[in-house]
Ligand binder design. Structure first.
Ligand code: ADP
Ligand code: MG
Ligand code: MG
Length: 488
């Protein structure tokens, strides 16, 4: 039995002459409407290329899309509560902290804040729950609740594509219209992710309550995914022109940021109301101790953080794996039906700790590596291990504590479909239909403190698509392509 296949939303293949004209127009439309990126191979601070995208929207079952959208507020609630449960974070991460210095550094920072305190109890979560369809499940709406999509991960820091998600639907509206398929446009769901995420930041800014205070974006020294970030900035200023956005790296903040006696965070001449991290989740983001000092300074301040350090830790793969253990969800979600719905979206997640369960998981992975993904506690794509490589990587550390740096996950096999993948510099290869698979991300906004949630919303989505043969599909990292769902 081959992998299940979904029909493309228009008859395939597209006739060559029409296709060439469409590709030409679509690339220009994308670039001229802000679906761009700075090229990684030939960085040009003054230039831009279109971001890779697929020519047509990918078909996606409406029942599953709707259920994912509906469940987002429950996932928001869950991760907010997990972030505020010290005991659970410590227990879940304990073994990993011994062998993963980066996660240990983050945890250390968290413990310092617990000891020394922070002047801001509220946190702002802009989270993205990523999922894939599992082909083992019956599609086409015949399945019972939540049976078809499975969670890949939940991002609690730097959840990107709030702009590139919605604009991808714009590209597809344009392409389908040019092809004369106006009647198909109703299958493309509305997507107000950018407005939703920026409204979340502005809500936090209002709560902070200082009209002159700014929103600080913590960024990398070089931002390839600049459109996505700038459109967040432009949207904030569109929604409230009196709010200024400032962009700084952690290294710059180490020099320029300070705390007033009352713990107000000052950068240059500006007081900061909200700190939005688009960096700070990779070891490279901390080239020296001063960047860690800057993160600690921010964490202690009165500014509202997106995310706080505890939110950051709640998004680790190890915590996701611990949440899937029997009886855990019920602790955080006392409403049994909510816990039940979330449990169904988990695929097999296994600890690799030095105990009986870990031993069993190691054996399982080494005997059938193609059925699993081996994941370290890292973000941003390109860190996971697949197939035969699992044998090498896990084989070397199978009898060592080092294996607790990773978790093991069942590999999800999504249904494939045909599309055209447009990528700068791909030339005529763009005219060949290819088999692709997609990953849907749903955005959530949640604001609250340890005891109360004052805002909890689902605010939109993004779809990323990669070659069916590729392991990972990061767009910024260069493997994936922007996409939007065509609901059927
Ligand atoms: P990151 O935080 O680096 O994005 P992810 O857990 O999202 O880590 O993994 C990166 C990519 O690897 C995903 O976008 C997806 O393409 C692929 N992937 C992750 N987990 C699975 C899985 N269980 N089955 C199939 N593919 C997966
Ligand atoms: Mg991630
Ligand atoms: Mg991911």
């Amino acid at each position: 039995m081959g992998t299940p296949r979904l029909d493309t939303c228009v008859p395939m293949p597209i006739e060559q002459e029409e296709l060439e004209a469409l590709v030409d127009k679509a690339k220009d439309w994308a670039l001229m409407h802000g679906a761009g990126m700075r090229p990684m191979d030939a960085y040009d601070a003054d230039g831009m290329r279109f971001a890779p995208f697929v020519l047509l929207p990918s078909t996606f079952p409406k029942s599953e899309f709707d259920r994912a959208v509906q469940l987002q507020v429950v996932i928001n609630e869950l991760f907010h509560k997990v972030a505020h449960c010290h005991e659970f974070l410590l227990e879940s991460l304990r073994s990993t902290l011994e062998v993963d210095p980066f996660t240990a550094k983050l945890f250390n920072l968290y413990e310092t804040i617990r000891r020394e305190g922070t002047a801001q109890k509220l946190s702002l979560g802009l989270i993205r729950s990523d999922l894939m369809l599992e082909s083992g499940c019956p599609l086409l709406g015949k399945c019972s609740a939540y049976c078809c999509w499975k969670q890949v991960e939940v991002n609690t820091i730097a959840s990107g594509f709030g702009w590139l998600g919605p604009i991808s639907s714009g590209i597809h509206r344009y392409v389908l219209s040019e092809m004369g398929y106006q009647e198909k446009l109703k299958h493309l769901p509305d997507n107000n992710a950018l407005q939703g995420l920026c409204s979340g930041m502005l809500k936090a800014w209002e709560i902070y309550g200082q009209p002159k205070a700014v929103i600080l974006f913590v960024v990398e020294p070089v931002t390839y995914n600049i459109c996505d970030q700038r459109f967040h900035e432009f949207e904030i200023r569109r929604l409230n022109p009196s709010v200024k956005v400032v962009r700084k790296t952690l290294t710059q903040l180490a020099e320029q940021a300070r705390l007033e006696k009352d713990k107000r965070l000052i950068v240059g001449k500006d007081e900061v109301a909200v700190v939005y991290y688009r960096s700070g989740y990779k070891p490279d983001d901390y080239p020296s101790e001063i960047e860690w000092d800057a993160r600690l300074l921010i964490e202690k301040s009165r500014a509202i953080k997106c995310p706080t350090i505890q939110y950051h830790l709640a998004g680790t793969k190890k915590v996701q794996q611990a949440l899937a253990l029997p009886g855990v969800l019920e602790k955080f979600l006392p409403d049994a039906s909510k816990a039940g719905h979330v449990q169904k979206i988990f695929t097999g997640l296994y600890s690799l700790d030095m105990d009986e369960l870990g031993e069993k998981a190691v054996k399982m992975a080494l005997s059938e590596p193609e059925k699993f993904v081996l994941k370290p506690q890292r973000e941003g794509g390109g860190n996971n291990v697949y197939g035969k490589d699992i044998t090498d990587v896990l084989g070397k550390i199978q009898n060592s504590k080092e294996r607790s740096a990773y978790i093991l996950m069942d590999r999800i096999i999504p249904p494939v479909q045909l599309n055209y993948m447009l990528r700068p510099g791909r030339g005529n290869a763009m005219y060949e239909p290819v088999d692709v698979v997609s990953e849907l991300g749903i955005y959530g906004v949640v604001i609250g403190d340890e005891s109360t949630i004052i805002e909890n919303k689902q605010v939109g989505h993004m779809l990323r698509t990669k070659l069916a043969s590729a392991n990972e599909g990061g767009v910024a990292a260069g493997w994936g392509a922007l996409d939007s769902p065509y609901l059927f």
